[in-house]
Design a protein around this ligand. Structure first.
Ligand SMILES: [Zn+2]
Length: 108
């Protein structure tokens, strides 16, 4: 049950701590950042806080910032990417079907 290979589904941070149950859905593909969403979404601590606060603009902005940090050329398309990410996250909020659960790797 290691979560070392998991990435945050929102900002791609490694080792996300939270898991959101969600129904699978097909997201439209945009700049290779989206595709089919199958089941649960993983979220790191920072994204979890934004999700719990329902701070959708903050969540989209964070995802965009992280995407541009990894792919600096993406800054050219930043406004469109922001819309894509916000749209994808809106799907997440629609399809999530439960409360966040901690991903535990080691029993306390
Ligand atoms: Zn994250």
């Amino acid at each position: 049950m290691a979560n070392g290979n998991l990435l945050c589904d929102f900002c791609s941070a490694p080792g996300p701590a939270w898991r959101y149950p969600a129904r699978s859905f097909i997201a439209y593909s945009a700049a290779n950042i989206a595709g089919e969403s199958v089941g649960d979404w993983a979220a790191c601590e920072e994204c979890h806080v934004l999700i719990e606060a329902n701070d959708r603009p903050g969540l989209a902005q964070r995802s965009l910032d992280e995407l541009i940090a990894k792919h600096p050329e993406a800054v050219m398309a930043a406004p469109a990417l922001y819309q894509d990410l916000a749209g994808l996250h809106q799907k997440f909020f629609e399809f999530r079907c439960g409360s966040a659960a901690l991903i535990t790797t080691v029993a306390p």
